[in-house]
Every structure is written in C-alpha cells, then in structure tokens.
Design a protein around this ligand. Sequence first.
Ligand code: ADP
Ligand code: ZN
Length: 282
Amino acid sequence: MLIGGIEAGGTKFVCAVGDQTGKIIAKTSFPTVGPEETFKEVKAFFADYSIEAIGIGSFGPVDLDKQSKTYGTILNTPKTKWKNYDVLKRLQTDYQLPVYMDTDVNAAALGEYKYGIGNDVDSCMYITVGTGIGAGFVKDGETYIGKSHPEMGHIFVQQHEDDKFVGSCAYHGTCLEGLASGPAIEKRNGKKGNLLADQQSVWELEAYYLAQAIMSYFLILSPERVIIGGGVLKQEQLYPLIREKILELVNGYVAIENVDNFIVAPSLNDEQGIKGAIALTL
Ligand code: ADP
Ligand code: ZN
C-alpha cells in the first residue's frame, strides 16, 4: 500500500510517497508560498502514484480538535495567506482519501519513535531548535495532542542574571523560544549561530536554557528518551553541555540511568518529519 506524506513547514513543504515500513520511494520539496500555488505543487507530485491515505504534519498553530468546526484549519499565523486556511478540507477535496493531521513536531517525534532512535523505547519526545522551538511527544505509538495542541517552545525558563536580552518572541518576549531559538541567538549576539561556533559562552547559555526546558518536559511527561535537533543543534558541542546541565538540575531527584542515551541527536537524516507524517496514517 502506498501512502502520501506531507511535511508542511512554514518555509518549505516536503512531500513523499512511502509505505508502512518507513521506506520512501519518492520525495520532493518546494518553498511554502500561498496555499493555492503550494497545493497545486502537492497535487502534481502525488498525481503519479496511487496513494491510499495521506498524513500531514503541519506548521501551526493549527486546529487539531476533532470536535471543532474548524478542525484542520491553520489558525493565527503571520503568514497571512494561510491564516484560517482549511488544509484538511483542501486535501480531502483534492484526494477523496482518509487524511490524518498532526503538528510538524509530533510527526517528527512519531518518525523517530517508529523508524529511528526512539524505536526501542515506549515514549519519546522530539524537540526542534531552529527558527522557532517546538516539541512533540509520543507514547505507545500515539502522539499527544490535547485540546488545542502543545506549544512547548513557549514555556518560561529562568533568565540568566548576566543575560539582559529582551527576548525575540513576539508574544512573550523571554519565553524559551524568545531566549534560545536561532533568531534569539542571532539578535543577542549580532551574528548568526553558525558564525559563533567558537564562542563557548554562547553555547553555555544556550544549554542553560534548553536544559531547563527539558527538565520541565521531563518532570511533566516523563519521556524515556529526548531527541533534540533543528538548525541550532548543528552545534554539536551543545549535547554534552545539555546533558551535564540536566543532571545538575534534576539533582538525583528522578533517576536518569544513562544520560548519553537519554538526550540524543535525531537519527533519520532530516526525514523524521516526513516519515512520521506517513506513519500518522497507520
Ligand atoms: P527551521 O526551523 O526554519 O525549519 P532550521 O531548523 O534549519 O530551520 O533552523 C534555522 C535556524 O537555525 C536559524 O536561526 C539558523 O541561524 C540556525 N542555524 C542553522 N545552522 C546553524 C549552525 N550550524 N549553528 C548554529 N545555528 C544554526
Ligand atoms: Zn513565546
């Protein structure tokens, strides 16, 4: 059986055709422009395959409440052409197939859980630190959505006393995303993160914030593994720094048997989102 997957990101769309084993047989990507042009491209790609279901991991915020009249609609987004756009209805109209929808980060968490570095645990979370910060959680093969959906990147963390940055989140200033996303690093330091590789203090501070957030996620959700990726984590020196700080913060209160196995990098060469989108249909 062939399945269509869509990773609908704010900057690019990835579409793929695959099967239940996680094998991808065809894949394409294109920039996210307005919905009309974007879904025309989606249609052109899938036209060559007889897919039987579609899974989509979408940028948000998106209405994922199945009881809601606007289920499947993009909500409040700065991308004005997408605001209130009914993605689910569009796909159902174009394909007359079952369509399964979730957040982009939940799809990525599911991809790693089924086919990647989360495939030996019962629960895991996937955190992305890039233009924004988001996280998804999977337990026993099911993603967690709740009433609207989690927005774990916007939790508050304690700002370091030496960090006077006002924060970059348009809604909350110094929430986690406002302090630790790629744009936050760039605004605080006047340079993009990739040009700050040798500035130890930048990554110490970054790990200080990310470890606090992971501590909260850990205490609330108790995931067995935490997978952390996204553009900012290209700075691989962050992994040992985050592990060290999380152990300090947890301070033995909850056991973390092997921290190297608890906080890990993604494993699917940037295909966790698209593989997870396909897996949403299973
Ligand atoms: P997006 O979140 O838009 O899907 P990414 O996950 O690639 O995309 O994140 C982009 C952000 O990551 C940008 O703010 C960029 O500056 C930052 N970034 C990308 N590469 C690096 C790097 N090597 N080191 C530090 N930051 C990086
Ligand atoms: Zn925020």
